[in-house]
Design a binder for this molecule. Structure first.
Ligand code: EPU
Length: 337
């Protein structure tokens, strides 16, 4: 373990923002974590980066930045119907999805190609194409910095919500997630209800539905709409899709007939923030080094050596414009550091 000083974080966040970490330390072994996080000779202000795919860095990070590179996938147990996999939090999410598919284990195939690490999956309950990570997560193990012990949270304890969990609230900044246990199905139940998947499977002329075919459909859709962070820096959806009352929705519909919506309960409706942002004219726009992706208005991109401040300012402009045009307050999905 080599403590490094003044390291650029450009390659460690998918936005590609060039700020520095005062001290920087890659962590490759989970069992080093208790020793590391109780070491009083190390800076006590600490930041943990996994894939860096859901953060916007707006300043240099003082103190210690830990890069989670822990690895390992262990088959804990299995029965006729399920397998339980214990996965190190530093594993790359998409590699886990591909590993599960190779073994014929279903449950996370709709989440193919989501950038980031396994540790971020419970943190923000990653989701796409009709499936959320919470549906496959059995438990999460983390080192609790104040209690100085490992804690294990079962699925309920994690208080999963839409792009949300206890790790963004009560446990924010207090834990280092070390492992996630996934319960995957040996007998798949396919989730193809999300419109774009059905259409893509038809285009692919798939004769027999399989988890592999679904993952390929998802990969095709994502690659066509979402910018590859290796080519154009971004952090996926910058805002959450807002939920409003059916009453507010009916009022909006009078003025905006075409407004798309998904019913989430008897009296609540979810709207695609991408549509709202597009209607405000931001799709494909440029503001200095940043801008909005031309194929998906929910994604802010690094067009040319942008800064966290520039991206933040554009997100403020979008928030205010959507607020005044639709009376809806968008919420950022990306974590601002
Ligand atoms: N739309 C527009 N213009 C746009 C973008 C979207 O009009 O520029 C409208 C279209 O009507 C489209 C609808 O919004 O049919 C939904 O768009 P899309 O299927 O691309 O999904 P999304 O609601 O924009 C969410 C997730 C994505 C996830 C997709 C697919 C959030 C914040 N985002 O986006 O997740 O991949 O659904 O399930 O919930 C992420 O979290 O980083 C992410 C990429």
């Amino acid at each position: 373990m080599q403590l490094q000083k003044n390291i650029s974080l450009k390659d460690y966040n998918t936005f590609g923002i060039d700020v520095t970490a005062e001290y920087f330390l890659p962590v490759t072994e989970s069992n080093h974590i208790p020793e590391l996080l109780t070491d009083s000779s190390l800076p006590q202000e600490q930041h943990i980066i996994g894939g860096g795919s859901n953060i916007l860095l707006t300043k240099n990070l003082s103190g210690l930045t830990l890069l989670n590179q822990t690895k390992g996938i262990e088959l804990l147990k299995e029965d006729n119907d399920y397998v339980w996999l214990k996965v190190a939090s530093g594993e790359v999410w998409h590699e886990l999805v591909m590993y599960a598919i190779e073994h014929g284990w279903a449950g996370i195939e709709n989440l193919a190609l989501i950038p980031g690490t396994v540790g971020a999956a419970p943190m923000q309950n990653i989701g796409a194409y009709g499936v959320e990570a919470k549906e496959a997560i059995e438990s999460v193990t983390a080192w609790h910095k104040e209690q100085q012990e490992f804690i294990t949270l079962n699925n309920n304890d994690c208080r999963f919500g839409y792009r949300d969990s206890i790790f963004k609230h009560d446990l924010k900044g207090k834990v280092f997630i070390t492992h996630v246990v996934f319960k995957l199905n040996k007998q798949p139940s396919f989730h193809t209800e999300y419109g774009a998947i059905k259409a893509e499977l038809e285009q692919m002329h798939v004769d027999e539905l399989s988890i592999k075919a679904i993952a390929q459909a998802v990969i095709n859709i994502r690659s066509s709409k979402l910018p590859d962070p290796k080519v154009i820096g971004n952090a996926g959806s910058f805002f959450k899709n807002p939920t409003i009352s059916t009453t507010q929705y009916e009022q909006l519909k009078q003025e905006h007939e075409q407004i798309p919506s998904y019913l989430v309960s008897d009296d609540m409706v979810k709207l695609p923030a991408g549509w709202l942002i597009e209607q405000c004219g931001f799709k494909g726009c440029t503001r200095g080094g940043t801008g909005v992706h031309e194929k998906q208005a929910l994604v802010l991109v690094n067009k040319n050596n942008t800064t966290g401040k520039e991206v933040w300012n554009l997100s403020e402009e979008i928030l205010q414009t959507v607020q005044s045009k639709f009376g809806i307050t968008l919420e950022r999905e990306v974590q601002i550091w």
